[in-house]
Design a protein around this ligand. Sequence first.
Ligand code: SF4
Length: 233
Amino acid sequence: MARSYVAEARRRVGPKRKRIVPIVERLLDEHPDATIALRFGSDLELLVSVMLSAQTTDVNVNRVTERLFRKYKRPEDYLAVPVEELENDIRATGFFRQKTKALRGTMTMLIEEYDGRVPDRIEDLLRLPGVARKTANVVVAERGDAVGIVVDTHVRRLSQRLGLTRQDDPVKIERDLVGLVPRRYWNVFPHLLIWHGRRVCIARSPRCEECVLTDLCPASRLEIGTVASHGGA
Ligand code: SF4
């Protein structure tokens, strides 16, 4: 029974290739303010913020970096203090020991191999200790030339609900999205899904009745209700 609802829902909304641009355009209208929530004033601050944001909220990171960035301005500054001092300065972001290790390793490589600058290419960013694909994607995208699509928990959930992917693994989801979303939207697409995920398509109780994507979404509760009642008639 559940399977037939899913198939019916997919038929109702049509193929994802036809839906993707209307989905993006409606979300752009709905969330014109959708940008990265992290606060930073330089490439180095961007990199550090994204590294600190693993397993915590952007609000929490901003609280910590407000003070951190007044004290640490150059890569050398992160190496000039005792390890325990840096650990204390970022403690509130959680996993502070691993993050301190990653920050110090990254700063060392930036100084030794990149003249103290954050490199532009994703291949170089991925060489930095503790910088995984998601971090590198965010950094490159924020500098205006996304080479992939950032997949976090909101992007994963909404991509699945919207029927844009059947995958569960972030790397495979990214592959599906990159093949589907026009490149001009790669920068903004994750922000749109993140903001829509926070404001409307909430994890436990999506507010389908307030959602601008109801007729484009196979998971819409409103439309499923319609299908169910038609099916029962
Ligand atoms: S219609 Fe419902 S499930 Fe679909 S995106 Fe909107 S809130 Fe989420």
